[in-house]
Design a protein around this ligand. Structure first.
Ligand SMILES: *Cc1c(COP(=O)(O)O)cnc(C)c1O
Length: 468
């Protein structure tokens, strides 16, 4: 168990949930026989399981967190006027106060913001550098005619490398792109905080500042994928020199101040079930975005969200940077990761902010990427215990849009993602036991072959069968 100190915990203590339970949702227990039938029907894809067939759901932390009593009270104050809802102004103020961005366009979720931003800023043939790809972000860049270029440091692609800031940008890679394509071909750089695909790994403020210096020289803006900015800020406080006595809230604001705008999936950090926004400082781009949102999402004062959802989001933004909250949130992930490490299970290190990532290449060394080891492992964990996890490997990486060939990424992972404020320490113990059980029988596990492949974001709906 990790022992740390924070301003509100001046004495070294283990973390504890900074809330108590007011209402419970009953879970379904199933037998291995039930689960054999369920996973077969789901084509060995955990995305296609029915949630009633799942015991502990660690598929994602997206929209699955528990709202507080304050957020629920806010839901009752929804102003469902078509135009100019009170709740929009509360949300706008929360974004300005906590993140410092000037303008906001609400969207139904993160990809709604990515869609609008990509359409406005990307021209065919453009290059969009980023610190590792994200599935929906990259797809919207491609649909707009652009091409993603990975500029994350090499260490991020190595699951065993202990670099404290594996979300950092390699400035030489960025410089090389500018030299090769010219700054005019680069409409912006997309910088994610707590990089999801790398295992929830943070970027340091020093690196972001250096990137800022480089891009400003060339007039290239930075767009921030701020989905998990609070988790990133927490890691900066723990690991970056000079930030030990700075609040997570202040670090969040400093990160945002080094960027020109942001896309937010509010289903993560700010703990709402649905919602997102595009935030901007440039009035002209904001004007275009506000114009475009009415085509694809809704009027610019709700953009695909109900008034009540905007209210819950405004409250959730404040809660997401609360020191006790973020300490326990990251602490719970660490707790699970430490248990697995103690049993010798191969996971991505350092342990990330939103989940533990199993290294399927080392977990199932006898399987090649052609038979989808992460997809296989996620199905096996479900079969063992009803714990649902997610593939983040060759299936998620899709195909190269030019050659049509399968991408085989360095990182072949199973993401064990922890929703915020939902599960207890005992749940984490069960998850660890189940993964250990599967690990002990790993030699017997065979791979999968794909029987149905959707054109876009195939990991959501692809189907598989066991290799005989
Ligand atoms: C979830 C996520 C998105 C997309 O947001 P949605 O709300 O799922 O549309 C974008 N970027 C990152 C890093 C994410 O984790």
């Amino acid at each position: 168990m990790r022992i740390t100190t924070t301003p509100s915990h001046p004495h070294p203590r283990a973390w504890a949930e900074p809330y108590k339970i007011k209402m419970v949702e009953l879970l379904t227990m199933s037998t291995r026989e039930d689960r054999e039938i369920a996973i077969h029907k789901a084509g060995y894809n955990t995305f296609l399981l029915k949630s009633r067939d799942v015991f502990i759901d660690l598929l994602t932390d997206s929209g699955t967190s528990a709202m507080s009593d304050r957020q629920w009270a806010g839901m009752m104050r929804g102003d469902e006027s078509y135009a100019g809802s009170d709740n929009f102004y509360h949300l706008e103020k929360a974004v300005q106060d906590f993140y410092g961005y000037k303008y906001i366009v609400p969207t139904h979720q993160g990809r709604g913001a990515e869609h609008i931003l990509s359409r406005i800023m990307i021209k065919p043939g453009d290059i969009i550098p980023g610190n590792m790809y994200f599935t929906t972000t990259k797809l919207h860049q491609e649909l707009a005619g652009g091409q993603f270029a990975d500029i994350i440091i090499d260490e991020a692609h190595d699951p065993e490398n202990e670099h404290p800031f594996k979300g950092n940008v390699d400035l030489n890679k960025m410089d090389a792109l500018i030299k090769k394509y010219g700054a005019r071909k680069i409409p912006y750089v997309c910088i994610a905080t707590a990089v999801n695909m790398a295992g929830g790994q943070p970027i340091s403020l020093q690196n972001l500042r250096e990137l800022r210096d480089l891009t400003q020289k060339h007039g290239i803006p930075i767009i921030h994928d701020m989905t998990r900015v609070a988790e990133n800020a927490y890691f900066i406080r723990e690991r970056e020199k000079g930030y030990q006595n700075v609040s997570t809230a202040a670090i969040v604001k400093e990160i945002c101040s080094l960027t020109d705008g942001a896309t937010m999936s509010a289903k993560k950090d700010p703990m709402v079930n649905i919602g997102g926004f595009l935030a901007l400082n440039d009035e002209d781009i904001f004007d275009q975005a506000r114009n475009m949102v009415v085509i694809y999402e809704g009027l610019h004062t709700y953009g695909g969200m109900a008034g009540r959802d905007m209210e819950a989001l405004a409250i959730g933004i404040a809660e997401s940077v609360d020191e006790d909250h973020i300490h326990a949130r990251v602490g719970q992930v660490q707790y699970l990761g430490d248990h697995l490490l103690a049993k010798g299970i191969p996971i991505v290190r350092p342990i990330g902010g939103h989940g533990v990532f199993l290294d399927a290449k080392r977990f199932l060394p006898h399987l090649t990427q052609k038979v989808f080891p992460s997809q296989t492992l996620a199905a096996e964990i479900y079969l063992d215990s009803g714990v649902r996890t997610m593939e983040r490997g060759a299936v998620s990486a899709g195909r190269n849009p030019e050659t049509g060939q399968n991408n085989y990424p360095e990182l072949e992972l199973v993401r064990v993602t922890i929703p915020r404020r939902v599960y207890t320490q005992a749940h984490m113990d069960v998850v660890a036991e189940s993964i250990e059980e599967v690990y002990s029988k790993r030699d017997k596990i065979r791979g999968l072959q794909m029987t149905y492949e959707p054109k876009h974001l195939r990991f959501f709906q692809a189907r598989f069968q066991r290799i005989p």
